[in-house]
Design a protein around this ligand. Structure first.
Ligand code: ZN
Length: 281
């Protein structure tokens, strides 16, 4: 069943667990993640970056593909189809019109007033279509989709201001996590995370989940994080498995076998993530 993120994340916040946001890149990844989460009986948020949307053909293709997989594979868990880091109102509108149930508008590189203006425009349209909206305050740096940025941490005041002026459904405050691999340990500002969580009635989102220690993930969840985005480490485990398959099978040409050689590793990592996040239905 395709749902927006509202009830999933509010329940997660109240019961102190996190919903996994797992980025997809193609039909196979969507299928593996849906099958694994369905067999574990946990809800999932399928994240689609602008780059991944372009790669797969566009938002309509992806929405129809995910709806088709849910029907054909008898997927019974709640599934949220979410645009990750949309950079404009137009991108969010295209995704919503195509059937996405959740969007992230990332205007975090703008001044706060402009971030608020763009985010509010997205919220007004999204809420009229029963679609949930995530926004970002401060700026989460690192590398994703071949885009590299530096970080700026969020402040409580800016988070309150963005929430009060837009009524977003969830917030990603930049508090030290980065996209891609970490150089050294992730340095998360848990004190500010807790303050923002206490001050706002909405769930918080942690981006850059790859490479954060299990202890810090547990601590982040206890400080109000209800959605954790995982992208890089799925790419890492999948490509490692495919690379070793190709090295052992030099004559392999069947694309189903080549892509599918990463299935087991991807599914195993999804199970570990869900266990770590203590995700519940
Ligand atoms: Zn992100």
């Amino acid at each position: 069943m395709l749902v927006n993120s509202k009830d999933l994340l509010l329940k997660a916040k109240a019961s102190k667990y996190a919903i996994p946001h797992l980025n997809i890149n193609n039909l196979e990844w969507a299928k593996y993640i849906l099958q694994e989460c369905n067999s574990l009986n946990v809800p999932v948020i399928l994240g689609v970056s602008e780059g991944a949307a372009k790669y797969m053909g566009g938002f309509n293709t992806i929405a129809l593909m995910v709806k088709g997989l849910i029907t054909d594979l008898n997927i019974e868990i709640p599934v949220c189809l979410h645009v990750d880091h949309a950079s404009s109102f137009e991108t969010c509108k295209s995704a919503i019109d195509a059937g996405f149930t959740s969007v992230m508008i990332d205007a975090s590189r703008q001044e706060l007033s402009e971030n608020i203006r763009i985010t509010k425009e997205v919220v007004d349209y999204a809420h009229s279509k029963n679609v949930t909206v995530e926004a970002e305050v401060g700026h989460i740096g690192g590398t994703e989709d071949n885009i590299t940025n530096t970080s700026t941490n969020a402040t409580l005041e800016d988070c309150l201001s963005l929430y009060e002026n837009t009524h977003i459904d969830s917030l990603a405050p930049a508090l030290g996590s980065v996209h891609g691999f970490y150089k050294g340990e992730a340095n998360l500002d848990f004190a500010t995370m807790q303050k923002i969580s206490d001050a706002l009635p909405i769930p918080l989102v942690l981006h850059g989940g790859t490479g954060i220690s299990d202890e810090k993930i547990a601590k982040a969840i206890s400080c109000g994080i209800s959605k954790i985005n995982i992208n890089t480490e799925l790419q890492s485990v999948w490509s490692k498995a495919v690379r070793s398959y190709l090295e052992e099978n030099k004559d392999a040409i069947d694309p189903r076998k080549i892509i599918g050689s990463g299935e087991e590793a991807l599914k195993a990592r999804v199970e570990e993530i869900v266990t770590l996040f203590k995700t519940k239905i």
